[in-house]
Design a protein around this ligand. Structure first.
Ligand code: NDP
Ligand SMILES: O=C(O)C1=N[C@H](C(=O)O)C[C@H](O)C1
Length: 240
């Protein structure tokens, strides 16, 4: 498979390594400094584009790929206010678009566990829910995309929670997400239910970027030849 890497930072480089180990080719490595290199690539030069850049760059990158007929796997977080527009463009161009706030299998299991726990907790209003996410100091967005997905899973289940806020402080109608930035932490997420007498806590800790990168590459392999808008539930189906 010929892979175009859009964003050649920590994730782009990790994906490249796994892709080469699996026998794929790299059709191009596009970073902020060489975006004009895209012009030299035709439709048949790229089987799939994998986009891990920055919140400001992602939307233009995705648009450029869809307009050229390249399917896109996007992992960049912090741009989702444009999601409807991108999904519409994907349909208009009859293209393929795949997005996940987190590509690791472990986090996708954790998403499922989070919803099940929230459903249990619905009957126990004496427990107060809150979340913490911890990432490296280079991370540009807060809260993390993963934390937002977790919060949405909780809001779906708990009738008193209508929104999330990116503050450690409490508001009764909101799930509070505390964002901490420490050293080189790849990604840690905690969901906590506190009562006066105890705490129930679930936690996912990524040890490296390997899980994210392998998941994104697997999504790319799966997306080739498909038309439409997809996410991890389509890739993992009943297995998760
Ligand atoms: N969904 C998931 O599973 C995961 C998502 N992420 C998300 O992926 C994104 C990237 O993460 P990460 O690799 O750690 O970040 P990095 O900052 O290490 O890499 C991003 C790269 O994109 C480049 N870039 C900036 N603007 C453009 C542009 N217009 N076109 C192409 N490239 C550009 C940056 O260049 P420069 O440095 O010169 O600005 C940088 O090299 C983040 O949004 C992060 O939250 C990360 C891990 C997992
Ligand atoms: O920026 C990161 O590094 C990560 N970003 C994603 C997010 O915002 O959830 C996924 C992962 O936690 C790493």
């Amino acid at each position: 498979m010929k892979i175009l890497l859009l964003g050649y930072g920590k994730m782009g480089k990790t994906i490249e390594q796994i892709a080469l180990d699996r026998g794929h080719e790299i059709a191009g490595r596009i970073d902020i400094n060489n975006r004009t290199d895209l012009e030299s690539l035709g439709k048949s030069d790229v089987d799939v584009a994998i986009e891990f850049s920055s919140p400001e760059a992602a939307v233009d990158n995705i648009r450029d790929c869809l307009k050229r007929g390249w399917p896109v796997v996007c992992g960049t977080t912090g741009w989702l206010e444009h999601r409807t527009e991108i999904e519409e463009l994907c349909r208009q161009t009859q293209g393929g678009f795949f997005y996940a706030s987190n590509y690791s299998i472990g986090v996708n299991l954790f998403f499922r566990l989070n919803k099940i726990l929230a459903r249990f907790m619905k009957g126990y209003p004496s427990y107060h829910v809150s979340m913490t996410e911890i990432h490296h100091t280079e991370k540009k967005d807060a809260p993390s995309g993963t934390a937002i997905t977790l919060a949405e899973g909780i809001i779906e289940q708990l009738p008193d929670k209508k929104r999330w806020i990116n503050e450690a402080e409490d508001q009764s109608d909101a799930v509070s997400i505390e964002s901490l930035r420490e050293g080189t932490v790849p990604g840690t997420h905690l969901v906590r239910y506190d009562s006066d007498v105890d705490t129930i806590e679930i936690k996912h800790v990524a040890y490296s970027r390997q899980g994210f990168a392998l998941g994104a590459l697997t999504a790319g392999e799966w997306l080739v030849g498909k038309q439409g808008v997809f996410g991890m539930e389509d890739l993992l189906g009943e297995s998760i």
